[in-house]
Design a binder for this molecule. Sequence first.
Ligand SMILES: Cc1cc2nc3c(=O)[nH]c(=O)nc-3n(C[C@H](O)[C@H](O)[C@H](O)COP(=O)(O)OP(=O)(O)OC[C@H]3O[C@@H](n4cnc5c(N)ncnc54)[C@H](O)[C@@H]3O)c2cc1C
Length: 382
Amino acid sequence: MDFTLNEEQQAIQETCRDFAEQEIKPIAEEIDRTSEFPYEVVRKMGELGLLGLPFPEEYGGAGADFLSYCLAIEEISRGDVSIGITMEAHTSLGASPFNLFGSKEQKERYLTPLARGEQLWAFGLTEPEAGSDSGGTQTRAVLRDGSWHINGSKNFITNAGTEMTGGVTITAITGKRHDGRNEITNIIVPKDTPGYIIGNAYKKMGWKASDTRPLTFEDCQVPEENILGQRGDGFKQFMQILDAGRVAIAALSVGLAQACLDEALSYAKERKQFGKHLSKFQAIQFKLADMDTEIELARLMYYKAAWLHMQHKPYTREASIAKLFASETAKRAADQAVQIHGGYGFMDEYPVSRYWRSVKVNEIGEGTSEVQRMLIAKLLGC
Ligand SMILES: Cc1cc2nc3c(=O)[nH]c(=O)nc-3n(C[C@H](O)[C@H](O)[C@H](O)COP(=O)(O)OP(=O)(O)OC[C@H]3O[C@@H](n4cnc5c(N)ncnc54)[C@H](O)[C@@H]3O)c2cc1C
């Protein structure tokens, strides 16, 4: 077993670490305070190739492996998790469906500008009545006169309404299967399609500088060829998309947890009480040691899940374990980081206050902790 990162993986990790230090961390407090989408930084990430890391070069991507992409997500999220989730949702949810299931024409038309970072793309699965029960889609698309007529709504969709957004791929019911269940198909909806209504951005507790919106479709019409892969494959496709997405969310959580440890350690080495630095008190040392231990475990879990994925081996279980453990690790790390800061940790000028607010959603997005436990238990045979 070799845990050494290869040269390319190390180079991507270092590039992202430097970028996060120089370009992201200095603006993190401000974009959280103003909830402003960080266009300048996101565009620079596009120019550096960071928005198309795991996609083939022929479609504008960097041709990097999946672990490299996850390492990049970890480092960018260590700088700021709003920017981390913007990159993750664009890559794992927005662009990767085109790479996995798109025709050659769809890849040329849609994937290429996304991989080059010229546009962002969203994936609309969640609905007001279909959250954890993601197969419970109610949005309908009816094929008439060579067009899909879409009616319905989507909730909480990341990257849905930025100036850079090119559109959204949504799940919709397109008919009935032989077994009587709904046939679900993924449909590509470009941004300016009439009847595609982008709602106002939500006011959120964390991930404030990321773009999250409701979407409504009122007799929204797209051409018949705007389906992804085969008609009726929507459910199968999004389960595949979510497996890889969960590994990336685990990496994002590790990045945030690492940021908590970075801040807590540096504060503990500066702050003196009872004539000593906090880092000299064993109670504080144990908190830091526990954080470091759990972060390392979570990191190894996402490395393993990414490695299995790259070997084309089953990794659903490992993806869920990594997502579950890393998001809960990040929550504990944020909590302890605030505790180590005492009252200062409760003040907005200290990054740990922002980390604490943002970490909660890691246990919710791309499948809640309960959903991960359900998936793991099912694979245990329960
Ligand atoms: C900031 C943000 C960004 C998001 N971005 C996107 C996006 O880009 N695209 C997208 O499609 N979605 C997105 N989501 C939606 C996200 O995936 C859902 O919020 C999540 O899947 C949970 O669905 P829900 O919110 O409807 O909660 P619900 O499903 O209503 O769950 C409520 C609670 O009940 C629990 N629960 C539900 N069913 C069970 C069960 N059977 N057993 C035990 N407990 C259960 C859940 O775990 C949870 O604790 C985003 C959400 C947020 C907050």
